[in-house]
Ligand binder design. Structure first.
Ligand code: AMP
Length: 213
């Protein structure tokens, strides 16, 4: 089974993907993670993407469709989760084309539903590990020692796009470009809405219930 997780920034896509990888054995494809790795390695793509990401805007459809094509092709048929892709209807159409070329499909398109007030709180308190990418929250899920990742001992930091001006831009971009995906996947019959409010485990249980249904 292949699934995609979409929803507004801060809905918990990355956190839930990590649980689904650990407990259900999915491969994880996150376009945000791929782009951040390119930035860290200062590749030409990373240098181009950094300016766009820090402003809270979207990287071009063509680039991210290419990244996902490469990532899925390298999986050897392992079931996968797409996290943060597609983010536009053009990307969703591109995904359909590349999946049909590979004779694969998305079985469930899971929309993680969280109110805007929660999103701002979640995003502004989020801290991410520079080493392993683990995600924490200063109030809801703090690290044991401030600034130090519980998982790998790396340094945690606030993403530039979790600063207030980028957050509001990302929420606007989400409303305009990503939220139409609900109608897109509803029409295809694969949309499942899951509330993203509650503890990590509560939300995971809801998603796992959907996968078993
Ligand atoms: P994320 O980690 O999924 O929140 O992504 C962080 C940032 O990377 C986004 O705000 C975008 O600038 C960029 N990005 C990630 N995925 C995509 C995508 N599918 N399409 C365009 N830009 C993306």
């Amino acid at each position: 089974m292949n699934i995609l997780l979409f929803g507004p920034p801060g809905a918990g896509k990355g956190t839930q993907s990590a649980l689904l990888v650990e407990k259900n054995g999915f491969a994880h494809i996150s376009t945000g993670d791929i782009l951040r790795a390119a930035i860290k390695n200062k590749t030409p793509l990373g240098l181009e993407a950094k300016v766009i990401i820090d402003k809270g805007e979207l990287v071009s459809d063509e680039i991210v469709i290419g990244l996902v094509d490469e990532a899925i092709s390298g999986l050897n048929n392992k079931p996968f989760i797409l996290d943060g892709f597609p983010r536009t209807v053009v990307q969703a159409e591109g995904l359909d084309q590349l999946l049909s070329k590979m004779d694969k499909k998305i079985d469930k398109s899971i929309f993680l539903d969280v109110d805007t007030d929660f999103l701002v709180k979640r995003l502004s308190g989020r801290r991410v590990c520079r080493g392993c990418g683990a995600s924490f929250h200063v109030e809801a899920n703090p690290t044991n020692a401030e600034g130090v990742c519980d998982k790998c001992g790396g340094e945690t930091y606030q993403r530039a796009d979790d600063e207030p001006t980028s957050i509001s831009k990302r929420l606007d971009v989400y409303e305009k470009s990503t939220s139409p995906l609900k109608d897109y996947y509803q029409a295809k019959g694969s949309l499942v809405k899951v509330s993203g409010i509650g503890s990590m485990d509560e939300v995971y249980d809801r998603i796992n219930g959907v996968l078993k249904a």
